[in-house]
Design a protein around this ligand. Structure first.
Ligand code: AP5
Ligand code: MG
Length: 217
């Protein structure tokens, strides 16, 4: 299945992506994770992206589109893929349509996670991520059994540098200005499924799974 998951910062895209990937056995393509890997590797692309990400701003389209295109046109995406965090601008949405048409892997489902603003701040400031396996935790909603240590692999947890209330405000503004028009753009295709993502993780997953199964039928 060819899936796109959308939603503002902290909506639960990464959390639901982990479950979707397990259920449907498809590659997870997260533009945010790809940028963070480039930043860790101190590559030229990482250095460019870091300046924007640290401010909460979107990385320029040209760089982002090229990076995702390289990944999405690999052979493993022919049996399905899950896009998380791309596209976020109209130019990216148009580029995605073009590249998926060329390779013959058009989108089949768009999951739109909807959450109230007040909930997002707690999710973002409480988030902790494993340095090694990327498992996502939250000190308020999904704590690890031992503080600061990953339950899955035993490595240390860290906090993202853009996970502050100040940066969140900028990220949400970017979402409103640049990404909400993308939701409108996709509306006509009739692929979008709105999910109430303000519920507990298990409840959100039930709805996401149901929506995807309906499409898969
Ligand atoms: P990216 O990494 O994509 O960040 P984001 O969109 O801001 O989203 P997050 O990853 O913060 O949130 P999420 O929805 O994945 O939530 P999660 O599941 O972790 O992008 C980062 C930056 O990279 C951007 O700001 C931009 O600079 C750049 N970038 C990336 N893509 C780009 C693009 N296409 N173009 C240009 N620039 C780009 O959950 C959050 C927390 O909440 C966790 O602690 C989790 O445990 C908890 N949680 C999740 N669900 C629930 C629930 N239902 N109830 C309670 N807690 C929950
Ligand atoms: Mg994420």
């Amino acid at each position: 299945m060819n899936i796109l998951i959308m939603g503002p910062a902290g909506a639960g895209k990464g959390t639901m992506s982990d479950k979707i990937v397990e259920e449907f056995n498809i590659p997870h393509i997260s533009s945010g994770d790809m940028f963070r890997a480039e930043i860790s590797g101190k590559t030229e692309l990482g250095l460019t992206a870091q300046a924007y990400i640290n401010q909460g701003l979107l990385v320029p389209d040209e760089v982002t589109i090229e990076m995702v295109k390289r990944r999405l046109t690999k052979d493993d995406c022919k049996k399905g893929y899950l896009l998380d965090g791309f596209p976020r601008t109209l130019a990216q949405a148009e580029a995605l349509e073009k590249m998926t048409r060329e390779v013959g892997i058009p989108l089949q489902a768009i999951i739109c996670l909807e959450v109230e603003f007040d909930e997002l701040a707690k999710r973002i400031t409480g988030r902790r991520i494993c340095k090694h396996c990327n498992e996502i935790y939250n000190v308020y909603f999904k704590p690890s059994s031992t503080e600061g240590i990953c339950d899955v692999c035993g490595n240390e947890l860290f906090q993202r540098s853009d996970d502050t209330v100040e940066r969140l405000k900028v990220r949400l503004q970017e979402y409103e200005n640049q990404t909400v028009p993308v939701l409108e753009y996709f509306k006509n295709a009739g692929l979008a499924k709105k999910i109430n993502a303000g519920q507990p993780i298990d409840e959100v997953w039930k709805e996401v799974k149901k929506a995807l199964e309906e499409i898969n039928d």
